[in-house]
Write a protein that binds this ligand. Structure first.
Ligand code: PHE
Length: 377
């Protein structure tokens, strides 16, 4: 217990205080102690302790002074004690309140300093990605076909042999199945199969015709899979856009006109198209479309002189397969082959992107090297 604490437990008489000067000295001592205490109150907790110690109703210093010093004081000292006590109380009240305000303001400043947003700092740069070139080419091709009334449909990448082959007029032992180098899925015992990764987007022709009645005008962008060994022009996964138009009066001219329009929109007005006979089980007649070589302008001669390496001097570049829908296919989807006709095509996206953007290795599409990707923002 400090000196002044022990003094607070005694009356003025026991302390031997008998004059007004002694009273003043006693209060001056108490005031010095209070001023020390105030300075030590630096946060909310120490401020509360200060308040309780001095203003506490039961045993705060001011209460003790009233009970021990003022009440029992000799009548001739009462005035001096009362006046000193009032002075001390006023000082204590003002100082404790002032200290509270200071501590509160300090806490606020500290908090706002912590939360402050410095608007002059450079912002966090979040790099925006871009579409992969393949996605961009899909978009370009879709936009061209949108402009002539086609809409987009999609289909599953895992297929049954029925959709990938049979319904497209490719029966079980048809030799064309060998060319397709199909990936079959290993299925858990009991799961009905077989299932395979689609080798082309053509199965979506069947899905679409099963669901819709003519007129049908759709394109089908998507991934396809074949057991090819990777090299500059082969990948076990690549991209196609299937096209299918079926209506009551679609002719071979509609077909070639549509393809020619597409090729010119995609490669430029100056590009010529031609078609050669080909074979697909689900189209009859089937054709292979070529475009005049986009590298040498169809001349067969490279700009730097010598034979054009891209078209090997022929002036033509093979684009994609297509044809009039084989009437046998209509049989699988309950269309009446006597009432409808149509055409279909299967565009290899990776190939077209390579031709248009001068890329000579298909693998760069899948290596995800940002130095390549950034060239097509
Ligand atoms: N599905 C064929 C392929 O992947 C392309 C094709 C589609 C041909 C539609 C004709 C009609 O090779």
């Amino acid at each position: 217990m400090s000196t002044s604490d022990s003094k607070l437990a005694q009356t003025l008489a026991t302390l031997g205080v008998a004059s007004a000067e002694q009273v003043h000295a006693l209060f001056a001592e108490l005031r010095t102690r209070f001023d020390d205490d105030v300075n030590r109150a630096v946060d909310e907790n120490s401020w509360k302790a200060l308040r309780d110690a001095w203003q506490g109703r039961k045993s705060g210093v001011l209460t003790l002074v009233t009970d021990q010093w003022l009440r029992p004081a000799a009548p001739e000292l009462k005035r001096a004690v009362g006046a000193s006590l009032n002075e001390l109380r006023a000082h204590v009240d003002v100082q404790i309140e002032a200290r509270r305000a200071t501590i509160e303001a300090g806490a606020e400043t500290a908090a706002s300093a912590k939360d402050r947003i410095d608007l002059s700092l450079p912002g966090v740069i979040r790099p925006l990605g871009t579409h992969h070139l393949i996605r961009q080419v899909f978009q370009e091709i879709e936009d061209i076909f949108f402009s002539i009334g086609f809409s987009v449909v999609e289909g599953p990448e895992i297929e049954t042999p029925y959709y990938n082959f049979e319904a497209l007029n490719i029966p079980e032992h048809h030799p064309v199945r060998d060319d397709m180098d199909t990936f079959y899925l290993e299925l858990p015992p009991g799961v009905p199969g077989p299932l395979l990764l689609r080798t082309h987007t053509s199965p979506v022709q069947i899905h679409t015709m099963e669901k819709r009645q003519p007129p049908v005008r759709v394109i089908v962008p998507g991934k396809v899979y074949r057991r090819d060994n990777p090299d500059a022009t082969h990948s076990f996964m690549f991209h196609q856009i299937e096209g299918l138009a079926v209506d009551s009066d679609i002719t071979f001219c509609d077909f070639t006109g549509t393809i020619d329009y597409f090729v010119k929109q995609f490669f430029g007005e100056g590009v010529k198209t031609r078609f050669r006979p080909s074979y697909f089980p689900f189209t009859e007649p089937s054709v292979e479309f070529d475009a005049s070589c986009v590298f040498c302008g169809g001349s067969g001669t490279a700009k730097t002189g010598g034979t054009c390496g891209k078209c090997k001097g022929s002036g033509w570049i093979e684009l994609f397969g297509a044809g009039m829908v084989d009437p046998a296919v209509y049989g699988f989807v309950n269309y009446d082959p006597k009432k409808v006709s149509g055409f279909a095509f299967g565009i290899g996206i990776d190939r077209l992107a390579m031709l248009k953007y001068g890329i000579d290795d298909i693998q760069v599409f899948f290596q995800n090297d940002v130095r390549f990707l950034r060239q097509f923002p």
